[in-house]
Unconditional design. Structure first.
Lengths: 243, 230
């Protein structure tokens, strides 16, 4: 392979004047983490609401949840980001559209909201399955004790369901982190984006991508380890995973 | 708002969008699904082979691929494949690899990790008695897999495999980062040439949505039809 390896490239100053190439990648990593965390919060909030709606007896709520999930699941994430980034400002009234376009950090907010809503459909499906996996008696017992529907969900169903679906939620969180890389297409210079610009500036393709790969693997390992502790901590006694 | 919505730009670019763009997307999806399935089954067999080292390697490959974003993997292979080609053919400089070949290799390697997990679950869902019975009948390992285990595993997992293929169909839009004219790439080329972002992106969204919706509806029907009553 006649490729000029140069692993010292990371400690050379980058042409942006923001320190070394390594600093560039680390700032990309930080942006990836920030975007993924915000997206995950959005996904959890909307996913929980929609997931609960899909289990309610009300037909209208069920259909709203169904449409929400189908809408966000049947379009590529890339297309969804384009819709939020390029199409939405044009469809809004002039003033609002202009405000959106001039928003500082527009790619960041678009990516976080776009990825968040995309993932919310997946969280909703998981939560619905989690609630569905509970024995029927739990809901009935809650009703028999005089709890309202809201109280039943708040104190009985959701605390159980969330603990049951924690393992699949972990992999959805990992997916959220990976999916932020798609936002490179709307100009978010996160980790993959920084690796790409490092490659363009320095021509050291494989060093740049190797570093990005290692950083992604590290983030993955940290999340998996942290979630394993969390899983053990919240495990339901009496279930296979419980103490 | 929609006052100056230009439907004509969509009509004018339909042949380009579908003959070039959608053909690329669908061919890539079909070949990558097929390649990913074959390669993925091989990985699953490696993991279940009982040889520790072989299983370890396959497991590492799957975990590695599954923890990287697809966009990064696309870039990796785009730059790496010419060098691998050079190494394989022994040519003096990195060989030229076309856009299609490069993205096909990427998607086969990437999807194989996901398909292998599905096939592994499928193989593990077959009861132990079956390979034992095949063994007792005097079938070799290869024959057991070929005639007994894999056909059933494949059938049990067909809905999941097809669902994964729908995900793959949506994921192929990411070749956009290499400026390859797949369906979305073609739509975006027209959009930028004619300054009609709203029309083209909305149209692309509707097309992806319709195809995925119909396909997942079909998978759901299939699932209820082929379900084995136990």
């Amino acid at each position: 392979m006649n490729y000029n390896w140069n692993w010292k490239i990371f400690f050379e100053p980058n042409p942006m004047g923001t320190g070394t190439y390594l600093d560039m990648l680390l700032s990309g990593l930080w942006l990836t983490i920030k975007t993924a965390l915000l997206a995950w919060i959005i996904a959890l909030i909307f996913g929980s609401i929609v997931g609960v709606m899909r289990t309610l007896p009300s037909k209208a709520a069920y259909w709203f949840g169904f449409c929400w999930v189908e809408f966000f699941r049947n379009m590529p994430l890339l297309v969804q980001l384009f819709l939020w980034f390029f199409v939405l400002p044009e469809l809004l009234p002039k003033a609002a559209g202009l405000w959106l376009k001039q928003l500082p950090n527009a790619p960041f907010w678009t990516a976080a909201i776009g990825v968040g809503l995309f993932m919310s459909a997946r969280v909703a499906v998981q939560l619905q399955a989690g609630i569905g996996s509970l024995p029927r008696g739990q809901k009935m017992a809650a009703t028999a004790l005089g709890l309202t529907t809201v109280q039943g969900y708040r104190y009985v169903l959701l605390p159980m369901a969330f603990r049951i679906i924690l393992p699949p939620l972990t992999s959805e969180f990992l997916n959220t982190i990976k999916n932020t890389a798609v936002a490179i297409t709307i100009g978010l210079i996160e980790l993959t984006g920084q690796a790409r610009s490092m490659q363009e500036f320095s021509f050291q393709v494989f060093e740049a991508f190797t570093a990005a790969t290692i950083l992604y693997l590290l983030v993955n390992a940290v999340v998996v380890t942290a979630m394993r502790f969390l899983e053990r901590w919240v495990a339901i006694p009496g279930y296979i995973t419980g103490r | 708002m929609l006052d100056n919505f230009d439907f004509d730009v969509i009509r004018r670019s339909l042949p380009y969008l579908f003959y070039e763009g959608m053909t690329f997307t669908l061919t890539l999806t079909a070949l990558a699904a097929l390649g990913g399935l074959i390669f993925g089954t091989a990985i699953a067999l490696m993991r279940l082979s009982g040889y520790k080292l072989l299983g370890r390697i396959a497991g590492l490959y799957v975990d590695f691929m599954r923890s990287l974003p697809l966009v990064l993997v696309i870039f990796w292979f785009y730059f790496l494949v010419p060098y691998i080609g050079q190494w394989l053919t022994g040519s003096p400089r990195p060989i030229k690899v076309g856009a299609f070949a490069s993205s096909l290799i990427t998607f086969i390697m990437f999807e194989a990790a996901y398909f292998s997990e599905i096939m592994r679950a499928g193989i593990q869902s077959i009861s132990r008695g079956q390979p034992a019975a095949a063994n007792a009948l005097g079938l070799t390992y290869a024959q057991t897999m070929r005639y007994v285990v894999l056909p059933q595993a494949f059938r049990n997992m067909l809905p999941v495999l097809l669902t994964q293929t729908i995900v793959l169909f949506q994921d192929t839009s990411l070749v956009y980062v290499l400026s390859i004219p797949d369906f979305l790439g073609a739509a975006s080329k027209v959009a930028q040439r004619d300054g009609r972002l709203v029309e083209m992106y909305l149209f692309a969204a509707v097309v992806y949505f319709t195809i995925s919706c119909i396909a997942s509806f079909g998978v759901r029907r299939l699932q209820s039809r082929i379900a084995i009553i136990r």
